[in-house]
Design a binder for this molecule. Sequence first.
Ligand code: ASP
Length: 411
Amino acid sequence: MAVWFRIPLWQRVIAALVLGIIVGRLWGPGAESIKIIGDVFVAFIKMLVVPLIFFSLVSGVASIGDLRKLGSVGWRALLLFVVTGQVAVWLGLLLGSVFMPGAGLDTSAIPMGTVPEANETTWRQMLLGMVPQSPVQVMADVNVLPLIIFSLLLGVGILMAKEEGEPVLKIFDSGSVVMQKVTMVVMELTPFGVFALMAWVAGTLGFGALAALGKLVFLNYLGCLLIILVMYSALIKFVAKLPVIDFFRGIVDAIAVSYSTASSNATLPVTLRCAERNLGISNSVASFVISLGATINMNGTAMYLGLATLFGAQIFGVDLSWGDYFMIALLGTLGAVGAAGIPGAGLIMMALVFGAVGVPLETIAFVAGVDRIMDMMRTTTNVTGDAAVATAVASLTGEIDREEMISADDV
Ligand code: ASP
């Protein structure tokens, strides 16, 4: 037992990931029987999402101590979200036009998945949905974006109330520490959850489907890796001016959890913990940038939306103009902002982009069978992006403990 705890958590998690793949490949579809362990793990992490955002964001915003400083963190984060999102979607378009994954594809060889219901959300509904009409309802529904807005407002209110707001601030400060401890306990389940989820994916995903759609899956991985290794590394090295290796070492847990759960939301508590403990980012910047990023900053999804739209256009022979490309770039970023941080959200958002440029929705059925394996990589890209932007913003605003990041020995 003591030996188990002496091994750093991230090493246990990586071992579980590799072991899960091996066991899943050997076991085959039967591995689905242990998926329940992964589901229990995800359910426990989801339990943390609402109280963690609520306590840590309110206490984070209030501890910034100055509304102007909140603004300087906010605009930098939004600017980096927009710039990285645009680079991502254009990268997807570039990969799709250079490698043409859909050209000459025999669609009859591909097993059809189910088409998810087309997303009917209009921008009006989206806008209204961001308003936390009933904060309690928002919490009960685990509706992250309005919850963030409510928590931000509450933090601002505490700042404005000055001395009179202090008793309320104390409650949130202490609640935030308590929630971090609860997160630590739940994180101990990670190796088991990651093992079970990886065994399930590796055991049930047929290689046949992969072979037919291999090019698309490959390009999805290539695009995501380029974003992570080139764009995020550059952000860390040139904007944050910090060692790239230490950054990636600090977020290993978040990478493993995002890859195996395919959900930014479910990974959020882990990302927050990595950012604060291992990267030395202040609670105020981490909770603000990462919670917001988990819902609106999805570069893996944006890249994929660009790539998949070209894939659909190629298999169905739809000609796209430059105007269409700009349309895809715009809707791809909007789709990534609107996509919830849950498995398969990117698949649903495809309908939004496809409809606008005349690509048949049947494409969704073609790719649905292999979406999970692509989703895992997209989510890892999304989550790494949140941590990278948070690191850059923290560094630019002096909210990072450089010593802690460089020396952090992850547990
Ligand atoms: N699953 C992704 C996430 O949670 C969203 C997507 O499907 O692209 O970040």
